[in-house]
Design a protein around this ligand. Structure first.
Ligand SMILES: Cc1ncc(COP(=O)(O)O)c(C=O)c1O
Length: 369
């Protein structure tokens, strides 16, 4: 598609090359000072004690599941309205996702439905339930207060999937500080992205951090002794060097994204388009700007003709992905998710989106019939 106005644009700060070549010339390409520095900076930014940099958000979620002690036969509550990588992490450890339908405002799991789901589980299943994987989808923070209460009541661990939510807050506290662990992605289009893949596990628990560090490095603590079954899930020094440069701009970029979102919300006036709402006390990192419409295929054609980039995040709820067929979810089992998956459409949002570009996009959307 010849997109005049892309949906996202990976941005260059300008001096990344200098630091990349510094790493290459240093000869320390793995597990060096750049990774350590980035771990410290990112942990400080979010507000947690320990950080373990990994090769992707997916790797982070995988290792977090292992570190949380989730095993074969266990069950984990999560959202069906996410990128498939969220639920995949549950499958990696042999556990089963238990999907909970979403709230129509936040697009995240509806806390009332979480408790309903737990109490309605047949005999024997409640004991198998070990954790809640909370996704802050599109950058919109989930309603953590009731979720934390449920987790406490049923003794469930909480892992936050913050892969789209770098800097999103709840009453001034950043997401990633609420659960036992939180995972972030640094894929190029994320609010903080490298030029390749990267991820991070955050936690306030030193034991968990140590386990994750060992898991990312073949199960080794030092030397060549593999104490637990581990993986190669390290973040390399080149990506850490790039992220050390870019993290300085994260706050500013998030403000620029917020300004774009607010401009859309103020100026899009079309009864066929439903705009996102921010729930009281919760905030968004505005990773994506997702609208809904009952006329999506028409809107897609129209945007293509106007050369405006858009995305569908995501066209299939996870419980209907072919890889999840074995769970035998029937149509209408998670009605809100299934309805919204047919209506959502993401408009361009990124820090460098100019006012001129925004006005063009808004004018075109307001003319959509
Ligand atoms: C909600 C969510 N979870 C997990 C991931 C996986 O992250 P990564 O692509 O870094 O593996 C993504 C990536 O897009 C995501 O959006």
């Amino acid at each position: 598609m010849n997109k005049k106005y892309p949906i996202a644009r990976p941005y260059l700060v300008g001096n990344e090359e200098k630091y990349v070549f510094e790493v290459i010339r240093s000869g320390v390409l793995s597990m060096g000072s750049k990774v350590e520095k980035f771990e410290k900076k990112f942990a400080e930014f979010i507000g947690v004690k320990y950080a373990c940099a990994v090769s992707s958000g997916t790797a982070g979620l995988h290792l977090a599941m292992i570190a949380a002690g989730i095993k074969n036969g266990d069950e984990v509550i999560t959202s069906p309205f996410s990128f498939v990588a969220s639920a995949n992490s549950i499958l990696y450890v042999g556990a089963k996702p238990v999907f909970v339908d979403i709230d129509p405002v936040t697009y995240n799991m509806d806390p009332k439905k979480i408790e309903e789901k737990i109490t309605n589980l047949p005999a024997g299943r409640q004991e198998k339930l070990k954790a809640i994987l909370v996704v802050h989808i599109f950058g919109q923070s989930a309603d953590m207060d009731p979720i934390l209460k449920i987790a406490k009541k049923y003794k469930l661990k909480i892992i936050e999937d913050c892969c789209q939510a770098h800097g999103a807050e709840i009453n001034g506290r950043r997401v990633g500080t609420f659960g036992d662990m939180a995972c972030f992605s640094f894929y190029p289009t994320k609010n903080l992205g490298t030029y390749g893949d990267g991820g991070m596990i955050l936690t306030d628990n030193k034991k968990i951090a140590d386990v994750c560090r060992s898991l990312r490095m073949y199960g080794m603590k030092q030397g060549y002794t593999s104490e637990i079954e581990g993986y190669n899930s390290r973040l390399d020094e080149v990506h850490a060097a790039i992220l050390n440069v870019k993290i300085k701009y994260l706050k500013q970029w998030n403000q620029e994204r917020k300004a774009v979102a607010e401009y859309y919300i103020k100026n899009i006036k079309n009864s066929k388009i439903i705009l996102p709402k921010v729930f009281h006390g919760l905030s968004s990192s505005w990773h994506l700007f997702v609208v809904r419409t009952e006329y999506r295929s028409r809107l897609e054609k129209y945007l293509k003709a106007c050369k405006i980039g858009y995305g569908i995040h995501y066209p299939y709820p996870i419980h209907f992905q072919p890889a999840y067929k074995f769970l035998s979810y029937k149509p209408a089992s998670l009605p809100q998710t299934e309805k919204f998956a047919k209506q959502i459409l993401s408009l361009p949002i990124f820090p460098e989106l100019t006012r001129r570009e925004l006005i063009y996009i808004i004018d075109k959307i307001n003319l959509f019939k």
